[in-house]
Design a protein around this ligand. Structure first.
Ligand code: ADP
Ligand code: MG
Length: 268
């Protein structure tokens, strides 16, 4: 992969945690899906989130990005506090819309299904939001988009359209599009689950490059070898709680709980 231009490398000198999550709860009706999640991601951390289907992984990411409203808890994003006290109605009465938008803008979310705009060229897919949302000039947005497409290995395909690409290529464009918004934190929800097996590695390769640059990333994945190689920490969720959080060495060689051991033996 082509190395990142200097200017996009994340500054890791700041010691304020990138994200602190305190006692996050989420209910869907009467069902408590997240039962008090607390953890800290420091600048440059890559945290892999593992767990069986239904354990709350997607809900956790969606609550962090406020795509779902957490029912209770606190989020601090690079030190900026957003307390999510809710009223009886379950609405986020305490959260101002402006604060919500600012919070969301700092996080880039990469989904399982890339959701590119089919009628726009790759370049426009990546350049549109920075021009419209970040207020960059069209010229600057397009130049930066071209550099990002180069970075994910698609520099030669700027003028083609998403549906002419493989799933792996589309996901790489989706990553470039996310990076174009200059997020402080990258959230990935099973970014390779929708791909044919032979296309998985090209996407993981791009993600490895981002980890090497020192970007802060939270990644829900079933790719165990990737999680082991790339993570600074592994989080294992079970029924809405963090069952175990450990270094990859510890987690993969000596998991403390029986449940983690069982999970690993069925996924390795
Ligand atoms: P995972 O990503 O680990 O598979 P999810 O976070 O998707 O798990 O789901 C956790 C639990 O929350 C599941 O029981 C699921 O059915 C429930 N759930 C997720 N989203 C919703 C929703 N929008 N409405 C109601 N229940 C939901
Ligand atoms: Mg999920």
């Amino acid at each position: 992969m082509i190395p990142a231009p200097e200017s996009t490398t994340t500054d890791t000198s700041d010691k304020t945690p990138a994200l602190e999550v305190e006692d996050l709860h989420k209910y869907f009706g009467d069902q408590e899906v997240l039962k008090g999640i607390s953890f800290t991601a420091h600048q440059g951390d890559v945290i892999s989130i593992l767990g069986s289907s239904g354990s709350g992984k997607s809900t956790l990411l969606r609550c962090l990005n406020l795509l779902e409203k957490p029912s209770r808890g606190q989020l601090h994003l690079a030190g900026e506090k957003l307390e999510l006290k809710t009223g009886r109605s379950g609405d986020l009465e305490a959260v101002k819309r402006q604060q919500l938008e600012a919070f969301r803008a700092r996080m880039g979310f990469v989904f399982q299904n890339f959701n590119l705009w089919p009628h726009l060229s790759l370049l426009d897919n990546v350049a549109l939001a920075p021009a419209q949302v970040l207020g960059k000039s069209k010229k600057q947005a397009r130049e930066e988009a071209a550099a990002l497409l180069e970075k994910v290995g698609l520099g030669g395909k700027k003028d083609t359209y998403p549906l002419q690409l493989s799933g792996g290529q589309q996901q790489r464009v989706a990553i470039a599009r996310t990076l174009a918004m200059e997020p402080k934190l990258l959230l990935f929800d099973e970014p390779t689950s929708a791909l044919d097996p032979e296309l998985v590695n090209e996407v993981l390769g791009v993600m490895r490059g981002l980890a090497k640059e020192g970007r802060t990333m939270l990644i829900v994945t079933h790719e165990m070898r990737f999680a082991r190689d790339v993570s600074s920490q592994v989080m294992f969720l079970h029924q809405g709680r963090i069952e175990e959080m450990a270094s990859p060495e510890e987690f993969f060689t000596n998991p403390r709980s029986t449940r983690c051991r069982e999970f690993l033996s069925s996924h390795l």
